[in-house]
Design a protein around this ligand. Structure first.
Ligand code: FES
Ligand code: FE2
Length: 420
C-alpha cells in the first residue's frame, strides 16, 4: 500500500458509482484471473444459485447477542492488542509495493514503527524504524526507495538492507562499541502468495503454514496477488472501534438498504456463500447476472465473471477479488474508540489498453466512495457514538450474519488462549 499516492479522494455520487460499475462490467474479462480454481468456483456458483432461490446466505444456527462494552472497554482493547495484534501477523502490503531492492514501506499501524524493505537478494526484511545510536527514525515517507541501505539523518550512521551497521560517524568517540552487535532490530516478515506478512514488533513470531492453514495456503496462489499492477490507496480514519470497522465488511444483508442505489443493482443482497477456513473466512457474493449460468452447460461457465470473492484474513485484512481489480482493506486499531480502514485498489487489467486507466480510476473512486459514504457511517461512526457511553447496551448478529459471529468467536478464542 502506498498511501502517498492519493491524499484526497473525490467521492462519487450513487449515479457516478453506478456508471463506473456499468462501464467496468461492459469490459468484463476474466483473463486477469487465469489460475482460478475452476472446481472451487463451480461449486460456489452451484451453492449460490440454490441460496438465491431461498434468499439467504450460509446461515449460523441462530442469532447472537453481544454486549456493546466489547467496543469501548479500554482493558479489553489492551487485551486484544496483546492477544491478537501482538500475536498474529498483519499484511503490510503486496509484493508489488516493495518490488525492487531498497523499496520500502514505513508503517506504525500496529504500534511499533516498522520499515519493510527488500534486500539485494530479493528477500523481504523488516526492521524497527529506529537508529541504534539514539533512536531517530531512518525513513520518514510512507514509502520510497532507500537505495543500497539506510543512512540516519541525525548523525549519519549507516546500515545496509540486511540491517547491518556499516558506518559510525566520528567512530573514535564510540571506542569499543561492537558494530556487529548494533544492527537494526529485526521484525519477522515473510512474503507469500504476493502478500507481505509482518509481526507487529520484535519478538512477535508467526508460522504462516499454521496461520493460513492448508486450505487457504492452497487457494490463495490462484488469485495472482503477485501479478497485480498499479495501486491507489488512501486511509479512512474513523471514530469507532476496530471491530465495528471489521464488521462493516462481513455481510451483504445491508446491500438492499445501505447500497440500494448502487451495489443492489448488481448484487443479490443477503445471499453469500461462506466457508470458514480456520480463523479466516471466504465470502462469495453473487452478481445478478449469475442467473445466466444455468442457461449454458457447466463446461461453458465462467463463474468468476458472476461472483465477487473475498477473503477475510484474521483479524482484519480483507481481499475482495474481481477479474479487473483487487480491493484491499486493512483494519487498524488506534484506541478503543478509533480505528483506521486502509483502502487500496490494485489493477488486474492491462492499463496500457486505451480506456483502462480511466476505468481503473473510476472503479477505485467508486469503491472508496461507497465505503466512505455508506458502510462506515452506518456500521462504525454512528454505531460507536451510541455505544461509547453505554446508551446502547447490546447488539444482535442474525443467523444471516454468520461471518460476524465467526469473527467474534475467533476474537474470544484468541483472548481466552492468551489468558490461559
Ligand atoms: S540517532 Fe541515528 S546517528 Fe544518531
Ligand atoms: Fe457495504
Amino acid at each position: 500500500m502506498n498511501e502517498g499516492q492519493i491524499e484526497q479522494v473525490e467521492l462519487l455520487t450513487d449515479e457516478e458509482s453506478m456508471a463506473a460499475t456499468i462501464a467496468m462490467r461492459s469490459k468484463l474479462d476474466s483473463s486477469g484471473l487465469k489460475n482460478v480454481n475452476r472446481q472451487t468456483m463451480i461449486g460456489i456458483a452451484g451453492r449460490l444459485l440454490e441460496m438465491i432461490k431461498e434468499g439467504r446466505p450460509t446461515m449460523a444456527s441462530g442469532f447472537m447477542e453481544v454486549d456493546t462494552s466489547i467496543y469501548s472497554d479500554p482493558a479489553l482493547y489492551e487485551a486484544e492488542k496483546r492477544a491478537i495484534f501482538d500475536r498474529f501477523p498483519f499484511v503490510a502490503g503486496l509484493s508489488r509495493d516493495v518490488e525492487k531492492p531498497g523499496d520500502y514501506l514505513n508503517t506504525s499501524d500496529f504500534g511499533t514503527p516498522i520499515i519493510v524493505t527488500r534486500n539485494k537478494e530479493g528477500v523481504i526484511k523488516a526492521y524497527v524504524n529506529s537508529c541504534r545510536h539514539r533512536g531517530a527514525a531512518l525513513v520518514y515517507d510512507a514509502s520510497g526507495n532507500t537505495g543500497a541501505g539506510f543512512t540516519c539523518p541525525y548523525h549519519g550512521w549507516s546500515y545496509n538492507l540486511d540491517g547491518k551497521l556499516l558506518g559510525i560517524t566520528c567512530n573514535s568517540s564510540f571506542g569499543a562499541v561492537d558494530k556487529s552487535d548494533h544492527g537494526l532490530i529485526e521484525v519477522q516478515a515473510e512474503e507469500r502468495h504476493g502478500l507481505i506478512f509482518v509481526g507487529s514488533k520484535p519478538g512477535v513470531t508467526f508460522d504462516l503454514d499454521e496461520f493460513l492453514g492448508a486450505e487457504l495456503n492452497q487457494e490463495l496462489p490462484h488469485w495472482g496477488f503477485d501479478k497485480v499492477q498499479a495501486s491507489k490507496a488512501a486511509p479512512i480514519p474513523l471514530d469507532g472501534n476496530w471491530k465495528l470497522s471489521l464488521e462493516a465488511f462481513l455481510e451483504t444483508y445491508h446491500f438492499d438498504y445501505a447500497h440500494r442505489d448502487n451495489l443492489a443493482h448488481f448484487y443479490y443482497g443477503n445471499v453469500a456463500d461462506l466457508t470458514m477456513m480456520g480463523r479466516h473466512i471466504r465470502l462469495s457474493l453473487p452478481h445478478l447476472t449469475i442467473d445466466e449460468l444455468p442457461t449454458t452447460q457447466v463446461d461453458d461457465w465462467v463463474p468468476e465473471n458472476h461472483i465477487t470473492l473475498a477473503y477475510i484474513l484474521f483479524p482484519g485484512t480483507i481481499l475482495i477479488n474481481s477479474p479487473q481489480v483487487l480491493e484491499f482493506f486493512q483494519i487498524v486499531p488506534v484506541s478503543p474508540g478509533k480505528s483506521i480502514v486502509r483502502h487500496a485498489c490494485y489493477a488486474r487489467m492491462d492499463l496500457s489498453v486505451p480506456g483502462n486507466a480511466e476505468m481503473f480510476e473510476m472503479t477505485w473512486q467508486s469503491a472508496h466512495s461507497i465505503v466512505q459514504r455508506q458502510d462506515l457511517p452506518y456500521g462504525v461512526t454512528t454505531a460507536h457514538a451510541a455505544i461509547k457511553d453505554g446508551a446502547m447496551p447490546k447488539f444482535l448478529f442474525g443467523a444471516n450474519e454468520l461471518a460476524l459471529q465467526h469473527m467474534h468467536g475467533m476474537i474470544r478464542e484468541a483472548l481466552a488462549d492468551t489468558v490461559s
